[in-house]
Design a protein around this ligand. Structure first.
Ligand code: F3S
Length: 282
């Protein structure tokens, strides 16, 4: 049995930076520490942080109830009003928003400030998309499917500005932009804000899945970038399996000979990838 592990599997730069910031606060003895949402979509890491006293705030209502402490903003970023709320409550803020997401906040603020209508290609309700919406000053629409794109009608006379969730599937982004462009007669700025780490991870996963007998995708159940990796791999390799931990790996499903490919979402720690890879070789 041969195992190919994707070089791009695991923590991306933004997630690593955010997780490191939490550990730094713990080491510096900061108390109490809150993260605005789980710092990453990985239950084991989140549990370990909880054991070390890091608490999770679920929403603005909970945030409004705090009177002291440090709030860490995760790599997904948040709406502008969340920063205001943290300041109003007199809390300390550690901003671990990924710089690539921050760039999208700046783009939508600037373009919507000029009266342009914003379109976010992404999954409505995803925390990153919610955060981006919260920096738009005018009308904003989220488009996540071909049906959404076909139904989209924008206000005539307003220039469109299209941005994309950083972890979106770039082939799907192209397709949705194509549909919007066919239906829209006004001028538009199309900004492909998909993070290069995502593009590289998806391309490598596609390439590996196309040549192996089975493919394993590792990541948390709530991780949208892992789900997209799974979709991509499944299109290339019929025997693609989505696992969250080593316990989910059913070695009997893998071929006894041949080749297994492994990739992982941006929130998957390296030690888990290594454990899965070792297990495949047993
Ligand atoms: Fe940032 Fe890209 Fe990761 S946007 S959080 S480096 S997937």
């Amino acid at each position: 049995m041969k195992v190919i592990v994707a070089k791009t599997a695991g923590f991306c730069f933004g997630v690593k930076r955010a997780v490191d910031q939490v550990y730094r606060q713990i080491e510096e003895g900061v108390k109490p520490i809150y993260t605005y949402g789980p710092i990453i979509h990985n239950e084991e890491v989140v549990r370990e942080l909880a054991d070390r006293g890091v608490r999770i705030i679920g929403d603005e209502e909970q945030l409004a109830g705090l009177t002291e402490g440090t709030v860490i903003i995760r790599s997904h970023g948040v709406a502008e009003r969340v920063y205001r709320l943290i300041e109003e409550r007199g809390l300390h803020i550690v901003d671990a928003t990924c710089p690539f997401v921050k760039k999208i906040h700046r783009i939508v603020r600037e373009h919507s400030g000029r009266g342009e209508e914003i379109v976010i290609i992404g999954n409505d309700g995803h925390p990153e998309v919610e955060g981006i919406k919260g920096w738009c000053l005018g009308r904003v629409t989220v488009i996540g499917s071909e049906e959404d794109a076909r139904q989209f009608r924008h206000e005539t006379g307003h220039r469109l500005c299209i941005v994309c969730q950083t972890t979106f599937n770039y082939k799907k982004f192209d397709k949705l932009v194509e549909i919007i462009s066919e239906m829209s007669y006004d001028e538009m700025d199309i900004l492909n804000t998909i993070c290069s780490a995502t593009e590289e991870r998806q391309s490598e996963a596609r390439g590996i899945a196309a040549k192996v007998d089975s493919m394993i995708v590792i990541g948390g159940s709530h991780s949208s970038n892992t789900r997209k990796l799974f979709e991509i791999c499944q299109m290339e390799c019929e025997h693609t399996y989505y696992i969250q931990t080593l316990k989910d790996l059913d070695i009997r499903l893998l071929p006894s000979r041949g080749c297994v490919g492994i990739t992982a979402g941006a929130s998957t720690p390296n030690n888990l990838i290594e454990e899965v890879s070792k297990q495949c070789l047993i």
